[in-house]
Ligand binder design. Structure first.
Ligand SMILES: [Zn+2]
Length: 182
């Protein structure tokens, strides 16, 4: 078993429970992200209240709430920010989704688990982060009954085709195959 280090996140960056309009959702998919920063920076970013984050626009304070359930470090570390029964705010806006299972009007944070990998879109993924990510995908998949298939382990840009996440260095098919083979 992997060691999972509990980090937590600021309450402004996640939501309790998975119930929306009286419907209690369960995770049915895992969404793969790139952090765009280091693991240490992600720990700090998710623990910073959204209103205190540095904004790209100097006339506005803050940045949108965001978090992930898990962060996978380049040395294979696993950090957990949000419990799986709660919603991490990882999906952001849905824009021209290409995920075949997406239903119009649905809110992916209610039925997905977010997994964030350390680094920039241009960084080559390390073997250790691939192995740790595969182990986490397999573990989550077994516990929630999520198939280790491309339909259920999806890149963030399948929900927002305008973003480039997790980017060209993510070999998602290989990651899924590694999870399946464990
Ligand atoms: Zn993303």
């Amino acid at each position: 078993m992997l060691q999972i280090n509990w980090i937590g996140a600021n309450p402004g960056n996640w939501g309790p429970g998975r119930t929306r309009n009286g419907i209690e959702y369960q995770p049915t998919a895992i969404v793969i992200h790139i952090m765009g920063r280091s693991l240490v920076e992600a720990d700090a970013y998710y623990n910073t209240p959204p209103e205190r984050r540095q904004s790209d626009n100097p006339r506005h304070n803050g940045a949108p709430p965001s978090s992930s359930h898990y962060g996978i470090g380049r040395r294979g570390e696993v950090h957990q920010y949000v419990k799986e029964q709660n919603r991490s705010f990882h999906s952001g806006k849905v824009l021209h989704p290409t995920w075949p299972l997406f239903e119009d009007g649905s809110k992916p944070n209610y039925f997905t688990i977010g997994m964030d990998f350390e680094g920039l879109t241009s960084d080559v993924w390390t073997d250790r982060m691939m192995v740790a990510g595969a182990m986490m995908i397999a573990d989550i998949g077994h516990r929630w009954g999520i198939a280790m298939e491309p339909l259920n382990v999806i890149p963030h840009d399948a929900l927002n085709s305008h973003c480039c996440c997790p980017g060209p260095m993510c070999e998602l098919d290989l990651l899924i195959a590694m999870a399946r083979d464990l």
